[in-house]
Design a binder for this molecule. Structure first.
Ligand SMILES: [Zn+2]
Length: 302
């Protein structure tokens, strides 16, 4: 058995956690293998090739369009690809990621293009789109249910295996860094999706960037912590607005570490753009909650 392929259940064979390289830190992510179905292809080319030699894989389910989850698609020849219809376009045409990250005509556009080249990403044809509550019957043992969980991207989906009660949450990743920094992200939807996940009757969860989390109580605790990060971000934004008193524009939040407590030197330009997009999504949420209002060209407390 490869050391990065870990069985998830004593009771059910053929369901595995597949750990991404560098402990699934960006630009890698984790996968789950159920029978001949693989979820996501971002574990690293080397690992994906080793996995393919050991296991027959005929189907690839993609949680969403982000590069760190689909970069290995080009390695998976002769498989069927599936994703949600709302994420299909940038999976079939990876250049469409650039406008979605809002980096067109910025220096980050070239950085992203060279990343696409370095990762050797290729377009693939999506054979079938899935939707919320679709079920894939896999072998005799498994019924894998699609959970449309938008927010991180518009078509982001998690997967829940009904018999073993094991779920793959994609980038509702339960790390300290919830992300919604692309144009098709939505914080209000993201929070609804997290609430939906919280209601699942699960024994084990895996996420795109976290290892195995066992036990319902532990899982709930991790979800609570994740939600708390979002509320802390709300609070930081509200306290900046409280201090300023005059209307504060989005641009004035640039580089203030509201979302990224420390910018990563390798990705700083990208993070500055993503951070503003995420703050904008907090504004949208806080307006809806009647905590702030738009005034002149900025925002003030309500
Ligand atoms: Zn993602």
């Amino acid at each position: 058995m490869e050391d990065f392929v870990i069985p998830l259940s004593d009771e059910y064979s053929d369901i595995y956690f597949v750990e991404g390289e560098l402990s699934a830190r960006y630009p890698y992510s984790n996968s789950m293998l159920i029978g001949d179905y693989l979820i996501d292809t971002g574990i690293s080319p080397k690992r994906l090739k080793r996995l393919k030699k050991r296991f027959p894989i005929n189907h690839v389910l993609l949680t969403h369009w982000h590069e760190d989850h689909i970069s290995g698609n080009y390695i998976m020849k002769n498989v069927k690809f599936y994703c949600h219809s709302k994420d299909k376009l940038p999976i079939e045409n990876v250049d469409k990621m650039i406008p979605l990250y809002n980096v067109h005509n910025t220096p980050v556009e070239d950085e992203l293009k060279s990343l696409i080249e370095i990762l050797r990403m290729q377009n693939v044809r999506v054979d079938r789109v899935f939707q919320d509550n679709d079920i894939f019957n896999i072998g005799e043992q498994f019924k894998l249910k699609v959970l449309h969980t938008p927010g991180h991207t518009a078509g982001h989906c998690a997967f829940y295996e009904l018999n073993s009660k094991i779920a793959f949450l994609g980038d509702i990743d339960l790390t300290k860094h919830p992300y919604y920094g692309n144009l098709d992200a939505n914080l209000i939807e993201f929070e609804k999706s997290i609430a939906k996940i919280k209601k699942l009757d699960v024994n084990v969860v895996i996420t795109g960037h976290r290892g195995i989390i066992n036990g319902k109580n532990n899982i709930i605790e991790e979800i609570n912590k994740y939600e708390a990060v979002l509320r802390e971000r709300d609070d930081r934004i509200l306290s900046i607005l409280a201090e300023k008193k005059t209307p504060t524009s989005l641009a004035e939040f640039k580089g203030k570490n509201v979302i990224y407590r420390k910018y990563n030197s390798a990705y700083k330009d990208f993070e500055l753009i993503a951070e503003l997009l995420m703050i904008e999504k907090h504004f949208e949420k806080l307006i809806k909650m009647h905590k702030i209002i738009k005034k002149d060209e900025g925002y003030v407390l309500n």
